[in-house]
Design a protein around this ligand. Structure first.
Ligand code: ZN
Length: 278
């Protein structure tokens, strides 16, 4: 197993890849403040992340949650002294679904014999982000400005990217996924591609060729464009079936085949597309 460590992807920009879920967290160093992107799955994980940040810098830490899925924000309790940023929809979502997410993940850990992790998640206090943004927002870290960017609804209705324009890096959260399919359970399958086009077309992002997905290997702009193309085709095929009327999960799934997406992904996307139609 590779050592879990911060890896530099540009000057003063680091990625820490974790074994659990291949999750990526980010660290951007300014002259006055350091920005941490996402906080992992539970308190102890967050503590370990915070300690690893302290090995690199003593600067004041600010945090961004890319979205409200537990693996990106349940570690917030280890960053209580920090300003925690997110999209306003992320705070709403976490308030609404936090305990349900906890129940689900605890049950999953128990059913796979990971009692200690189940206990850790049970005892984690869910800490909501409280610096909330609705549109693109610049954060001055001292000598370096990052931009929180919102492209629209995609993986969730509140995904924020974090652009570091001077370094050509974007942290994309789960809007970009490497090594696994885009996760559709809370997604907007007909809108995701347009959201990615919006996200990649901003002045702060269009210069970037280092894209950090929420999970998996760091990728380049071509990879993001290919994922956008794949999601564009999925949306077009789904729209065609939905426009034809009488669409069901099976019809949508067959329309989506041949795009290198797993059946489970197509099923989740189909269910979401039907839910959202009403
Ligand atoms: Zn997610």
């Amino acid at each position: 197993m590779a050592e879990v460590t911060w890896r530099s992807v540009a000057p003063g920009v680091y990625v820490r890849r974790h074994d659990e879920l291949n999750l990526n967290c980010g660290l951007v160093l300014g002259e006055r403040r350091a920005l941490v992107v996402d906080t992992r799955s539970y308190h102890q994980h967050g503590v370990e992340l915070a300690e690893s940040v302290r090995e690199l810098t003593d600067l004041e830490v600010v945090v961004v949650n890319t979205h409200a899925h537990y693996d990106h924000c349940f570690g917030n309790s280890a960053f209580r002294d920090s300003q925690i940023y997110a999209h306003v929809g992320a705070a709403d979502d976490l308030r609404r679904t936090g305990e349900h997410q906890r129940d689900q993940i605890v049950a999953h850990m128990r059913s796979t014999d990971r009692e200690q992790i189940a206990l850790d998640i049970e005892s984690t206090e869910i800490v909501l982000p409280f610096y909330l943004v609705e549109q693109d927002t610049e954060l001055d870290l001292g000598g370096r400005t990052v931009e929180l960017v919102y492209g629209g609804r995609g993986h969730t209705d509140h995904d924020l990217g974090v652009a570091v324009p001077d370094a050509g890096v974007v942290f994309a959260g789960d809007l970009v996924e490497e090594g696994a399919d885009p996760m559709m359970e809370d997604a907007f399958p007909l809108e995701w591609a347009a959201t990615l086009r919006s996200l990649t077309g901003k002045p702060s992002t269009e210069v970037a060729d280092v894209w950090v997905p929420g999970h998996g290997d760091v990728v380049d702009r071509d990879f993001v464009d290919r994922q956008t193309a794949q999601l564009t085709q999925l949306a077009e095929r789904f729209a065609e079936v939905l426009d034809g009327g009488l669409a069901g999960v099976d019809a949508l799934m067959s329309a989506g085949r041949g795009l290198s997406l797993q059946d489970q992904t197509l099923r989740d996307a189909a269910v979401r597309a039907l839910e959202l139609r009403t």
